[in-house]
Design a protein around this ligand. Structure first.
Ligand code: PMP
Length: 353
C-alpha cells in the first residue's frame, strides 16, 4: 500500500482468477475452458491477418464483427457491443448502467467479479441468497434497486433459470436494467437474446471464451436495446477505442460463422457432462443439475479440500472455493473423454477403489 493510492484502491480486493498453471502436463479442469480447439476456420482467418496489415489500427467500431453477430441473432448492428472478453464488457456495463446510488442485486453465490466491479465503481450491492437447492428465486428480486445481474446458467452452480422466470423478472423490474451473463448458455441453456426486442431493460452478455474455444483471444459481447448499447459505447470510447485487435476481430467473426463446428463441440461437451455426472454419482458425489460445461458437486463423506488436494497431487486440477456454504463443493470442468477418465482414475485412487 502507498500513500499515493486513491482510497478506493486501498480497499479493493481484486478478483482472483482461477489458476493458469505454468506446467502443461496437468489435466486442467479448473477454469471452464473448452477442451476442444477453436474452429479451424477461425484459425485460418487469424493466420491470414498476420502480416503487414498489423501496422494499422483495427476498426474502432468493429463494424464487421458487430454486423456478423447482429445477423446471427437477427438484430440490428447498433444493438451489439463487443469488447476484450466479457470481463471487459462487464466492466463497461457496471460503469455505464449501474451507477445509480441504489443497490445492485445479484445472487449470494455467483460470479465473484460482480462485487469487485461494485467496489471499483462505488456501486452499493445486495447479495440475494439462493434457495436451498441453489436456485435463483425471481420473487426475491423486487423493491428499489439500481439493477440486477446474474449468470444464466449461474456460476459456479451451473443451475439454469427458465426464460419464463426471466420474463417475470424483467416485467417486475422494468425501471432498472437486468443483465443476464450468458457465458455458459450454449451448453444447454435457452438464450434470453430472443427477448431483447421485447424488453428495453434487458442486456445479454456472451463470450467466445467457452463454447467457441477462444478464451485466449479475449472476445465478449453484449446485445440489447440500442440505448443500452450507446451507453456502453460512450464508456468504451472514453477508455480504449481499440479494444479488439485485428486478429481477434477476424478470428471471432470466422468462429461465429462456423456454426457446424460450434454445435459439434457443444454437443460433445453436453454428452460428456452427463456421462461424467453419472460416474461422479456412483463415486458418492451429489451433483447439481448443470446446463453449463462444468459440474458442481459435493461428496457425501469426504471433504472437498482433501479431494482437490489429492487430485492435484495426481496432476488433475479442479476448482475449490473457500466460501461460506459452498466450501465443501468442487466445480469440475468437463474435459475430453481422456481427461475425464484421468479425473475418475485419480478419484478411484483417493477413495481406495
Ligand atoms: N461471466 C462468467 C459467469 C464467467 O464465469 C466468466 C469466466 N470466468 C466470465 C464472465 C468472463 O469470461 P471472459 O472474460 O473470458 O469472456
Amino acid at each position: 500500500m502507498s500513500r499515493y493510492w486513491s482510497p478506493i484502491v486501498k480497499d479493493l480486493q481484486p478478483y482472483v482468477p482461477g489458476e493458469q498453471p505454468k506446467l502443461n502436463k496437468l489435466t486442467k479442469l479448473n477454469t471452464n475452458e473448452n477442451p476442444y480447439g477453436p474452429s479451424p476456420k477461425a484459425l485460418a482467418a487469424m493466420r491470414e491477418v498476420l502480416g503487414d496489415g498489423l501496422r494499422l489500427y483495427p476498426d474502432p467500431n468493429a463494424d464487421s464483427l458487430r454486423g456478423c453477430i447482429a445477423e446471427y441473432y437477427q438484430l440490428d448492428a447498433d444493438q451489439v457491443f463487443v469488447g476484450n472478453g466479457s470481463d471487459e464488457v462487464l466492466a463497461h456495463v457496471f460503469h455505464a448502467l449501474f451507477q445509480h446510488g441504489k443497490p445492485l442485486l445479484f445472487p449470494d453465490i455467483t460470479y465473484s467479479f460482480y462485487p469487485v466491479y461494485c467496489k471499483l465503481y462505488g456501486i452499493p450491492c445486495e447479495a440475494i441468497p439462493l434457495d436451498e437447492d441453489f436456485a435463483i428465486q425471481v420473487a426475491d428480486y423486487t423493491g428499489i434497486n439500481g439493477g440486477i445481474i446474474f449468470p444464466n446458467p449461474n456460476a459456479p452452480t451451473g443451475r439454469l433459470l427458465a426464460l419464463a422466470d426471466i420474463r417475470r423478472l424483467l416485467e417486475v423490474n422494468n425501471e432498472t436494467v437486468v443483465v443476464i451473463d450468458e457465458a455458459y448458455v450454449d451448453f444447454g441453456g435457452e438464450s434470453a437474446v430472443t427477448l431483447v426486442n421485447d424488453y428495453p431493460n434487458l442486456l445479454v452478455i456472451q463470450t467466445l471464451s467457452k463454447s467457441r474455444s477462444l478464451a485466449g483471444l479475449r472476445v465478449g459481447l453484449a446485445v440489447g436495446h440500442r440505448e443500452l448499447i450507446e451507453a456502453l459505447e460512450r464508456v468504451k470510447n472514453s477508455f480504449n477505442s481499440y479494444p479488439l485487435d485485428r486478429v481477434a476481430l477476424a478470428g471471432a467473426e470466422a468462429a461465429i460463422r462456423d456454426e457446424a463446428y460450434f454445435r459439434e463441440c457443444c454437443d460433445r461437451v453436453i454428452a460428456d457432462r452427463e456421462q461424467l455426472r453419472s460416474e461422479l454419482n456412483t463415486r458418492g458425489f451429489d451433483v447439481l443439475p448443470s446446463a453449463a460445461n462444468f459440474l458442481f458437486c459435493e461428496h457425501r463423506s469426504e471433504a472437498a479440500a482433501d479431494i482437490a488436494a489429492a487430485l492435484r497431487a495426481d496432476g488433475v486440477i479442479v476448482r475449490h472455493f473457500n466460501q461460506r456454504r459452498i466450501d465443501n463443493f468442487l466445480r469440475i470442468t468437463v474435459g475430453t473423454v481422456e481427461q475425464n477418465q484421468l479425473l475418475l482414475e485419480s478419484l478411484d485412487r483417493f477413495f481406495g477403489a
